[in-house]
Design a protein around this ligand. Structure first.
Ligand code: MRU
Length: 355
């Protein structure tokens, strides 16, 4: 696979900074954004400069390091950490990887006795503790890469020569540390020499499919056709789609899966046409604390993304708008979930629990 530019990277040591590929500028501009404060990371997550569930989690982990590397006069280490993590938790609500990564960072630091001292830490202690956090953030990023590689390896056998594969939103390299989840399966099949074709839904309103997935697949030399979201049913009816594969933002204990708005409609269409519908996601995307998808918080975004996205007014002033960023696909519409540990098939509570 031809390599896609790095989604995010820690630059330097301590103090250091987080370099993000600014995804709001793709596909026309390939530009990086250097985040030197936790506020800049929060803003980048909120405004989708970095997006995709695993990448959001990794960015937040580095955001914690940025917050902690600044020497302040007040607060104990635990208080500061808690404040920074809560702040980052408020950036976006749906992708559980964000909460998973922040919980992991907190747990790591709070297992250090020095972090529990009630007093303000000396700058030496703070430096040592921040180094532990940096190692943890780097580990989260490294493990994500391994999980994506494994997902690709495990899922590749589902793709056969001559297949048409439809995907929605972007679950690629850009959405993770590298390789992606749904797209990792495609990259892996491509590396094995399989000949298949991808249909990428454009993914209204923010066009992650058009701007990011079509771009990524082109870069990797994979055959791709861009579709408006409302064309998916037609290509299925024409018999050109043999499989759907998407990523996930949060998977409940019973397999109900939140992903980009429009995923549910694609799953219903796939069912109506007898086409297998797969979800690809690492274990960090499972939220076993909730029994089903009704408990997944769905992000509501600015109406202007619909009425004047990308700088052109396309709706009358004052019109009421509904803009949920995600929907939930019920487990019964999902043929299987590809994780780094194997294929969960069928996607049900019993098999998820034992995986
Ligand atoms: O709003 P976004 O662009 O962050 O939404 C991203 C998605 O819905 C992806 O499909 C999901 O996070 C999986 S990424 C491997």
């Amino acid at each position: 696979m031809k390599s896609i530019p790095r989604t995010l990277e820690w630059i330097g040591d301590l103090p250091g900074h987080l370099r993000l590929l600014d995804q709001t500028l793709l596909p026309t501009d390939l530009a990086y954004r250097d985040c030197r404060s936790v506020e800049e990371v929060w803003e980048s997550i909120r405004n989708l400069r970095v997006r995709g569930a695993p990448a959001i989690g990794i960015a937040a982990a580095f955001g914690v390091v940025l917050g902690m590397q600044v020497h302040t006069e007040s607060a104990s280490c635990a208080e500061r950490l808690n404040h920074i993590c809560d702040y980052l938790r408020s950036s976006r609500p749906t992708a559980v990887n964000l909460f998973w990564a922040l919980d992991r960072m907190e747990k790591k630091l709070l297992s250090e006795p020095e972090a529990l001292a009630k007093d303000r830490p000396s700058s030496l202690t703070l430096h040592a503790l921040t180094r532990i956090l940096l190692s943890e953030a780097i580990a989260i990023q490294r493990e994500d890469r391994q999980m994506c590689l494994a997902i690709g390896r495990i899922g590749a056998h589902l793709i056969h020569d001559g297949y048409g594969v439809l995907t929605h939103c972007n679950a690629g390299s850009l959405a993770t540390s590298e390789f992606g989840t749904a797209l990792a399966v495609l990259y892996s099949a491509h590396d094995q020499g399989k000949k298949f074709h991808v249909f990428a839904d454009e993914t209204r309103p923010l066009l992650q499919g058009a701007r990011l997935t079509a771009w990524e697949l082109q870069q990797a030399g994979i055959d791709v056709t861009l579709l408006c979201d409302n064309m998916a049913g037609q290509v299925m009816r024409e018999g050109r789609v043999h499989m759907v594969i998407v990523g996930a933002d949060r998977i409940a204990a019973n397999g109900d899966t939140a992903n980009k708005i429009g995923t549910y409609s694609v799953a219903v269409l796939a069912k109506a046409h007898g086409i297998p519908f797969y979800v690809a996601a690492p274990s960090s995307t499972f939220d076993l604390s909730i029994s089903d998808g009704s408990q997944i918080p769905i992000e509501q975004r600015d109406p202007r993304e619909i009425t004047e996205g990308f700088g052109k007014v396309i709706a009358p002033t004052g019109v009421r708008v509904y803009n949920p960023a995600f929907d939930v696909t019920p487990a019964e519409l999902i043929t299987g979930i590809i994780t780094e540990k194997g294929l969960i098939h069928p996607a049900d509570a019993r098999i998820i629990r034992t995986n």
